[in-house]
Design a binder for this molecule. Sequence first.
Ligand SMILES: Nc1nc2c(ncn2[C@@H]2O[C@H](COP(=O)(O)OP(=O)(O)OP(=O)(O)O)[C@@H](O)[C@H]2O)c(=O)[nH]1
Ligand SMILES: [Mg+2]
Length: 551
Amino acid sequence: MPLTVGTAGHIDHGKTWLVRALTGKDTDRLPEEQQRGISIDLGYALLELPDGRRLSLVDVPGHERFVRNMVAGATGIDLFLLVIDAAEGARPQTHEHLAILRLLGIEQGVVAVTKADAVDEETLELALAEASELVPEAEAVAVSAKTGAGLDELRAALGRAADAAAAGPVEPDGPARLYVDRVFTLRGIGTVVTGTLWSGTIGEGDVLRVEPRGFDARVRSVQVHDRPVERAESGQRVAVAIPGVERDRVARGDALVTPRAFPVTYRLDVALEEVEDVPAAVTVHLGTADAPARLVRWGNYAQLRLDRPVVAARGDRVVLRTRSTVGGGVVLDPLPPRRLDPERLERIERGEAGATVYAPVRAETLGHLGEIAGVERAGEWIFAPAWLDQLQAELRTKLAEADPRDPGIDAPADAWAPAIVPLLGLERRGSRLYLPGVTARTEGADELLGELDASGFVPVKVEDAHLARLLEQGGRIVRLGTGEAIGADAYERARAALVEECTANGRITLARFRDLLGTGRRPAQLLLERFDADGVTRRIGDERVLRRAAR
Ligand SMILES: Nc1nc2c(ncn2[C@@H]2O[C@H](COP(=O)(O)OP(=O)(O)OP(=O)(O)O)[C@@H](O)[C@H]2O)c(=O)[nH]1
Ligand SMILES: [Mg+2]
């Protein structure tokens, strides 16, 4: 599995120089970075280990004002490379970055005690000893980016840390989730976003959703380490070309996900980890996103009420900051009930996973918790009985208020809908839900259908637009032009004739279509326009060809 290494450490301690010494790439690209000699935003480079393995390297800024960027960079990494200036030793952001790495659950890494060339032997020994004390779980290596001393040892140590990290959990299957960390445009390609693929795979032609903005994006191509791949795998740093999306419609913090597979949420219930006293107003960092939030606390648990929504899943790590990093947490429920429920949180503490389930989650995402009691199942989804009751109540209230001429409501379109809508005891007609047996007030329907039946391909004027919409939703008629319609039967026959002709001859003209149907020019014309609109045909000059989907 390909791994990502992230630097960490106090400002000016030599992170970017070390990255350049290891990879040959200067990651301080911004003019302001070069002028001021500090890193501001994230930098990316590729590190080749002696055994040929390739690691992605993310270089982060050390300045205390840019910790936000550091968190965004650290959020997708597998290993850390904590850099400490041998002369200075650990300083405030050394500690803060280390705290962030721990809150994010990044356990494997190496400490580089750098600028070894600038200190005497004794100072270096002392700095190494201090580094080992600060991060006992990691190897500490003395290096110099200036002379190159120690770089081979550092690569070897990174190789060992990579071995240990590779043994960690991966989520190869399941829905795709990538938090965007960079967006740019490439000539001839269009908008490209990059990020670490947290789960799932992404390949050419996939339709993903940009959340929380809420629109779809078709993937044109995918690259890993600057090379095109058919499918990028989970864990990889990925560049995804989405030419249909303009550059300013997507930004760091957005997530590219399998449509509707992850909650987009304003509320997170978390198990809290404190670095210092956590106040009621914090900034929540999750993935590459951050949002101001109010924190409502109950013992070691808290509900985070965000000012703007984020994409989240159970088990995600969050970092909580004010001017400094004050704590973090593990998401127990990304879609919790509105009120912080102490009893529910106590049950969570006792490890009763069922208590953590409210809105539907995919059973597989809780697979590691074993058998889950107290929940209901539908297909691959599990949810709390109370959630279903609440949904029932909401839908029935809406149904009671529905227009008597069409007393239905739109069926939920969430990913769980196919499994759960059948449990609601409602009648599904097309994309709408109705109380069983309740039908629309459809006076005039029989007459109209009879009239359409008799008129064949010739459209009939329908005065009652509402009735027309209802009958079309019910699959009985097809509307043409403005305010006219034909029977669904005639539409299907016309379509069959058209598909047959186009399959045989590749194209069809209006005159030919008219002759085939044995009808007038106008009905044929209206039908062709509707086929264009329905994505059956495409117009080229005076002719039409079948669209791929209709073939
Ligand atoms: N003598 C010596 N000086 C070094 C070495 N590495 C870095 N420096 C000096 O330290 C300065 C800062 O190094 P950078 O690599 O930019 O530091 P950084 O940690 O990336 O800083 P930020 O990204 O702003 O947090 C450089 O301009 C060099 O002058 C080294 O190995 N030896
Ligand atoms: Mg730097």
